[in-house]
Design a binder for this molecule. Structure first.
Ligand code: GLN
Ligand code: ZN
Length: 753
């Protein structure tokens, strides 16, 4: 019999139960026992779902109160000493590290490979101690056993944990490996005692450009750990590990998992000479996207492996299902036609069980389900919305001139200055103002049908009036309308563009209790009607100062959506760019002189292997330029990005040729600006003068220091003054106080230039 399993299941709950329980706990409204009870119920439900679907194991260890990497940090006892804990990490200490304390900042959050999930970065150094903390993971294993499940334990492997950790300066992380392995060994021994047969250790770092010492270390580690007791399934995903095939075949592990969605071709490298007695787990269901699997094609590809491996072939999703929403059956409002094309986590369990039966009992045993899947696939392929000829024609007829502004930057700059008459060090904000409870209430009332369109519009216009009045009073130079009408910077546009669908419950964990609800791009994208023009025009009608039009860029739209898998991503980006280009031109026609195209997600699209970067950056930059380049010289294009790793992609950022870029720098104390200066970044730049993530209002001297630091490396004529990012998560008193200080700093500095 073929074994079907998953690497992990979403932990947040179909109704985001974990999110609400966590937030209640942090507010003091739910005690630790209450939180544990919610978690226990969620785990029990998710295990039961796996069992009911017909999987051969339930996967235990994928649950986490905040993040699975952080759970390993707790499990191996590696709390940074700076927190000063005097005992082992319990729930309170776990959250203290995740969220920070009065005198210690939280562990850093970083993106988990190329996903939108963030892990808490472990910190290690020469003084890090390791000791197995039995309060973590083991109780969950006992819980699953008590429920009568056949359990496979899953956790992040030691090499990946170590690779992801931040090391003290000068400290060689690999020197901690043997201490860490002792703890993993002790854990594996305990699991063996509990009767656990299989342990899945995730080592996604194998899909990266991994330095040779790390590959060797991985080999040594697994030779050692495979003697600890349970059978080890080494799980790789997010890319091909074919380059390590010879080594992986020689390891004494009991099984290997491959991501055959991202890297289907690697299967052959492993089938050829795969050692007897070893399992190959074929990740054939997409754990990163929400489209139904082409079951017939998948079975076709599996037959060879099935013949070669027999029972040693396992079936799985490509990676943990953490990255997809829970259950499609909650989506009652989704267009039924599109709904047929989709599989969320629960549906993916069913697909796996189906593939298993098809292999074991023959396709005729499940012909009805296979037939239905084939029809849905055919419906999707032939749906008119997936190929819209005018969109395709537009893509084909793009000219090189449409990818470029008409004039070089210095000439545009002069034209813009003539039109805008801005002072030195112009002040602006990044777009959003506080999403107040009143705004949320109005949106909820409108969605529920309690107020009509006219009442909703009136409420939003009142917000815009308020935002404009505040900005005028503060003395800002380039104003924004405040984005009150936007629930989310991607979903807002997804709701208006053709080719998109939005879900009601399609939540995916981003970090901790924070979830995102990515829209789906299912068809050719175009813009049926202007999206932002009326709000922006209204805002501009209220003031003589320029109001900045505010758009989400093509790459960010792409990166923060579930994207169709039947068209190359570069083509979807191009369609998004063309739709946004029309919006940009309509804003210009409406008299808007400054337009910002946000690309906070440009960087996260970078492929995991550096060799693939130039290709991605090529089409990504082109998409942005197509969106931005239709305007006249005297229309000023801004872009905004909020991350602090720029150095390696500065040439691409300069190639965007935005007239002004605003970036997050306050948290890195302007260090980032040095890279721009060194690179001789050619256009204008607005380094953030304060961190918007915290309610704290920095003192004037602090912002002044940052601006002075910027002025030391960049000429004053090319600098703008702004916060790090949008202000939607703050409240008005904080925002007004911080912006008042920021404007004062700009004014004081201007007179000295
Ligand atoms: N314009 C957006 C805002 O201000 C930008 C958000 C972002 O960079 N993530 O909210
Ligand atoms: Zn930002």
């Amino acid at each position: 019999m073929t074994t079907a399993h998953i690497l992990g299941f979403p932990r947040i709950g179909a109704q985001r139960e974990l999110k609400f329980a966590l937030e209640a706990h942090w507010k003091g409204a739910l005690d630790a026992d209450g939180l544990h009870e919610v978690a226990r119920q969620l785990r029990a439900r998710h295990w039961q779902q796996q069992r009911d679907a017909g999987l051969d194991f339930v996967t235990v260890g994928d649950f986490a109160f905040y993040d699975h990497v952080h759970t390993v940090t707790a499990l191996v006892g590696a709390a940074p000493l700076r927190f000063g804990f005097d005992g082992p990490v319990g729930l309170a200490e776990y959250f203290a590290m995740a969220r920070g304390t009065a005198d210690q900042p939280a562990l850093a959050l970083k993106k988990w490979f190329d996903t939108n999930y963030h892990y808490l970065v472990p910190e290690i150094g020469a003084d890090t101690r390791f000791a197995l903390n039995r309060d973590w993971l083991l109780p969950e294993v006992r819980e699953a056993l008590a429920l009568g499940h056949r359990v496979k334990v899953a956790l992040t492997g030691p090499l990946t944990w170590l690779w992801l950790a931040h090391a003290d300066a000068g400290f060689d992380k690999l020197s901690s490996l043997s201490l860490l392995l002792n703890v993993y060994w002790a854990l594996l021994a305990e699991l063996k005692n509990l009767g656990i047969e299989w342990v899945q250790l995730d080592e996604p770092i194998l899909a990266l450009d991994l330095p040779e010492p790390w590959v060797r270390a991985l080999e040594t580690a697994y030779r050692e750990l495979s003697a600890a007791g349970p059978r080890l399934l080494l799980a790789t995903y997010f890319g091909s590990v074919a380059e390590h095939a010879a080594r992986l075949k020689s390891l004494p592990i009991a099984g290997l998992h491959l991501d055959l969605v991202r890297a289907p071709a690697q299967l052959d490298a492993f089938l050829d000479g795969w050692p007897d007695e070893r399992v190959l787990s074929a990740g054939v269901i997409d754990g990163r996207n929400i489209w139904r699997t082409d079951l017939a094609a998948t079975l076709g590809r599996l037959h060879g492996a099935h013949r070669a491996l027999g029972e040693r072939l396992w079936l799985a999703a490509s990676c943990s299902l953490l990255h997809v929403p829970h259950d499609l059956s909650q989506e009652t409002r989704l267009d039924p036609r599109i709904r047929r094309w989709i599989a969320f986590a629960q549906q993916k369990l069913e697909e796996l069980a189906l593939l298993k039966r098809a292999l074991d009992e023959g396709e005729s045993a499940v012909w009805r389900a296979l037939h239905d899947a084939a029809i849905a696939l055919e419906e999707r392929r032939s749906a008119p919305s997936t190929c819209i000829e005018p969109v395709r024609a537009h893509m084909r007829t793009l000219t090189a001139a449409q990818e470029r502004r008409a004039s070089p930057f210095p000439q545009r700059r002069a034209a813009q200055q003539t039109r805008l008459q801005l002072p030195l060090l112009p002040t602006t904000t990044i777009g959003s103002f506080p999403q107040t409870p009143e705004i949320r209430a109005a949106r909820a009332a409108f969605k529920a049908g309690r107020i009509d369109q006219a009442a909703y519009d009136a409420a939003m216009r009142a917000e815009i009036r308020h935002a404009i009045a505040q900005q005028e009073a503060l003395g800002l130079d380039v104003l924004v309308h405040g984005e009150a009408e936007r629930n989310d910077m991607v979903e807002y546009f997804g709701e208006q563009l053709a080719g998109f669908a939005v879900t009601e419950h399609g939540w995916v964990q981003s970090y901790g209790s924070r979830c995102v609800k990515p829209p789906l791009i299912h068809g050719d994208v175009f813009r049926p009607a202007p999206m932002t023009v009326e709000w922006t025009r209204y805002a501009q009608s209220l003031t003589a100062k320029p109001v900045k039009g505010m758009l989400t860029g093509p790459l960010t739209m792409l990166m923060w959506s579930f994207v169709r898998d039947d068209l190359p991503r570069r083509d979807v980006a191009l369609q998004l760019a063309l739709a946004l280009r029309d919006e940009v031109l309509d804003l210009e026609t409406a008299g808007i002189a400054v337009i910002q195209i946000d690309e906070p997600a440009l960087r996260e699209g970078l492929p995991l292997q550096k060799a693939d970067w130039p290709d991605y950056l090529g089409w990504a930059v082109r998409a942005f330029r197509i969106a931005a380049s239709g305007v006249r010289d005297d229309t000023q294009i801004h872009t905004h990005m909020c991350y602090s790793e720029f150095a390696d992609i500065l040439p691409a950022i300069a190639d965007l040729d935005a007239d002004v870029i605003t970036i997050e720098t306050a948290r890195s104390h302007m260090k980032l600006l040095d890279a721009f200066a060194e690179f001789r970044y050619p256009n204008d730049i607005g380094p953030g003068l304060y961190d918007i993530h915290s309610p704290r209002v920095p003192a004037q001297a602090e912002m002044q220091r940052l601006l002075d630091r910027a002025l030391a490396v960049f000429p004053g004529e090319r600098l703008w003054v702004n916060p790090d990012c949008g202000l939607k998560t703050r409240n008005w008193p904080e925002v007004a106080a911080a912006l008042r200080t920021m404007v004062a700093v700009a004014h004081a500095t201007r007179t000295q230039l």
